[in-house]
Design a protein. Structure first.
Length: 278
């Protein structure tokens, strides 16, 4: 078997999907802990987390993130906790209000782009502030690359010391009005990583129906994979995903097909240069 383990990240809830879209979408902290535990047991080593208000609307409340962190550390020992600093959950510095909790990782968008109905704004001063907070609290950024320029910006920030460790870059494809699921672009992203950040691991996320396609491409190309109900609530056009774990299991099966072992939490931490679990 290949000696290139695949890290599976599960994006458990996001800010947009609701139970009306799929009853399995976890909203409360307790639901998120339960859903993540099932995904962890299925093979996920990273949990990409947002928090919600009780009505399902997005929140940036550090207290909710603290309760989620406590629950996941108890029920998913060793799992890598990656908190979102995405713009749907809050405005400005609210987006980094949970960073003093020192999760293992946090998402970092280093540039702006269009979303389905608005502009996803990431002005340079906010990006620099979030990056500095991550340095201060020993949080490894996961660079969310919605565009080719974001890979270039990550490399520039790394060169200037604004990102301490080798960047971990995630290609996000399939967001309406942003980068579509396009094979030639995907391949060029990989080439660009090899040229600008040759020591950096990368992963990829596909939105909606693109999730399965991107999972296949990423695993086959030697990258890492993201799945989960944040990005996609279906197994196919007519079947809702019964859980986050079901979407993780689908990636595990893809890994087997491509002769890649699924990374344990310890292996994932080593690949990403993270501290050992407490």
């Amino acid at each position: 078997m290949s000696q290139n383990p695949c890290i599976i990240c599960v994006a458990i809830t996001g800010s947009v999907p609701q139970k009306a879209d799929n009853p399995a979408v976890p909203i409360t902290v307790s639901e998120q802990v339960e859903s993540t535990h099932e995904a962890f047991e299925a093979g996920a080593s990273i949990c990409h987390a947002h928090v919600r208000n009780d009505d399902g609307s997005p929140s940036s409340d550090p207290e909710k993130f603290a309760r989620l962190k406590e629950g996941l550390e108890t029920h998913c020992p060793g799992m890598i906790l990656q908190f979102s600093t995405g713009g749907r959950s809050g405005a400005g510095k609210e987006r980094g209000g949970h960073l003093p909790l020192s999760p293992d990782m946090a998402s970092l968008s280093v540039g702006s782009n269009n979303f389905p109905s608005r502009v996803y704004e990431n002005p340079p001063d906010l990006v620099d502030w979030l990056a500095q907070e991550m340095l201060t609290y020993d949080v490894k950024p996961e660079i969310e690359a919605f565009d080719l320029s974001h890979i270039h910006q990550a490399a520039a920030m790394f060169a200037k010391g604004k990102i301490a460790q080798t960047p971990y870059v995630q290609f996000v494809m399939g967001v309406k009005n942003a980068m579509p699921v396009d094979r030639e672009t995907f391949d060029f992203y990989i080439q660009t990583m090899a040229r600008l950040l040759p020591e950096s691991p990368w992963c990829a996320a596909g939105i909606g129906a693109g999730q399965l396609t991107i999972n296949e491409w990423a695993v086959a190309a030697g990258g890492h994979a993201r799945c989960g109900l944040e990005d996609n609530v279906r197994l196919d056009k007519t079947t809702l995903a019964p859980s986050n774990a079901a979407l993780v299991t689908r990636v595990v099966d893809i890994c087997a097909k491509h002769d890649r072992p699924v990374a344990s939490t310890a292996e994932a931490r080593k690949i990403l240069g993270l501290r050992r679990a407490a």
